[in-house]
Design a protein around this ligand. Structure first.
Ligand SMILES: [Fe+2]
Length: 354
């Protein structure tokens, strides 16, 4: 009986079975060192080199598709029933979008650092704008969740349904105007440069920590941009699965651990990806002279699963760890890392009760 239970738990998810059948390379583990140099292999469905990052912490909800558009070329026109948030890692180009009800395409021009989300199930096509340099993009999407439910590529890639409440061919759809969104999130459909977005200070989450919540194209998926100053680290917290943390700038490392378990360390720099697993504590440590800037693209799904309070102190019944309550070896490890890098610590000493 126990064997049967084990076999049932270890079965491969339908999404991963589909990746195998489709010939889409899958990357696993706790982190990817550099999405810009990750080896890719031709994927016929998009018509270019690609790989799918399905890291440990994604847990069947979301993942990160890395795709390259060769110089002077375009990818195939595609539509799909999963949501996607696209960050341009390198290069410049444009995407055309069509709603079923309008003949004219909406064209969006972008460059490295641009972020946008193809509206759900809208046909779209990506073009490289350079004849000499490739474009590399990462599309964080909830394809695992959608595949694990429907198990039909035919349905997911060819359903003739127009979500006109989200997009109906509006010429000004991809506006980069920030509008007030839900709670502390900001609604915007195009961010031309994620590096240039001003962030709001949140010292309660860490010394010098700042962030901005973002909500693109009326999605269920959400995201945020955050900055962690040099010589500082953010307070540890725990939350739901699937936050794909992409490092935009700076250098450092993250520690992730399940309550009572061992640390998993992921070193990062510009282009790295990591995903904290559900319910694991995690800290992000900046070890470079400049601040680190991260983009976290998350599954969203309001009301699904355990309601984690990731920005409320454990002392107040939440899931964020005060520095005084973190494992003592963490500060010593960080100080050693900073000394190695020649970067000064910019945090107060931790006062622990004797
Ligand atoms: Fe987090």
């Amino acid at each position: 009986m126990e064997d049967l239970s084990r076999q049932r738990t270890l079965r491969k998810a339908p999404f991963l079975e589909w990746c195998d059948a489709e010939g889409l390379a899958v990357v696993t583990g706790y982190g990817v060192e550099d999405l810009r140099t990750l080896p890719l292999a031709h994927w016929e469905r998009v018509g270019g080199p690609a790989a799918y990052c399905h890291l440990e912490g994604s847990q069947g909800f979301v993942g990160a598709l890395v795709v390259e558009i060769p110089p002077g070329q375009s990818l195939r026109t595609i539509r799909h029933l999963y949501e996607e948030q696209v960050l341009i890692l390198e290069g410049r180009g444009a995407t055309q979008f069509w709603s079923d009800g309008s003949q004219q395409a909406v064209t969006l021009e972008w460059q490295a650092g641009s972020l946008f989300s193809p509206p759900l199930n809208a046909r779209h096509q990506h073009f490289n704008g350079s004849s000499s340099e490739p474009v590399r993009l990462v599309a964080v999407n909830n394809a695992p969740l959608i595949f694990n439910i429907y198990k039909s590529a035919d349905f997911i890639f060819s359903a003739p349904y127009d979500f006109s409440n989200r997009f109906s061919g509006e010429r000004d759809y991809f506006s980069s105007e920030f509008k007030p969104g839900e709670l502390e999130d900001t609604a915007v459909n195009f961010i031309p440069d994620v590096y240039a977005v001003p962030l709001n200070d949140h010292p309660e989450r860490g010394v010098g920590f700042s962030r901005l919540g973002i909500h693109l194209s009326g999605n269920s998926m959400v995201g945020h941009i955050m900055a962690i100053q040099s010589g500082t680290y953010k307070k540890a917290h725990r939350h739901t699965a699937g936050a794909q943390v992409i490092v935009l700038s700076g250098k450092g490392y993250s520690l992730m651990w399940p309550p009572g378990g061992d640390f998993v360390r992921v070193n990062w720099k510009k282009g790295s990806l990591l995903v904290p697993p559900e319910g694991w504590y995690h800290h992000h440590f900046t070890a470079s002279p400049e601040a680190a800037r991260h983009l976290a693209l998350r599954r969203g799904l309001r009301g699904v699963g355990i309601p984690w309070l990731a920005s409320v102190s454990e002392r107040d019944g939440g899931n964020m760890l005060e520095h005084e309550d973190e494992p003592p070896e963490i500060r010593a490890m960080y100080e050693a890392e900073l000394a190695k890098e020649g970067v000064p610590l910019r945090m107060r000493p931790i006062q622990r009760p004797k």
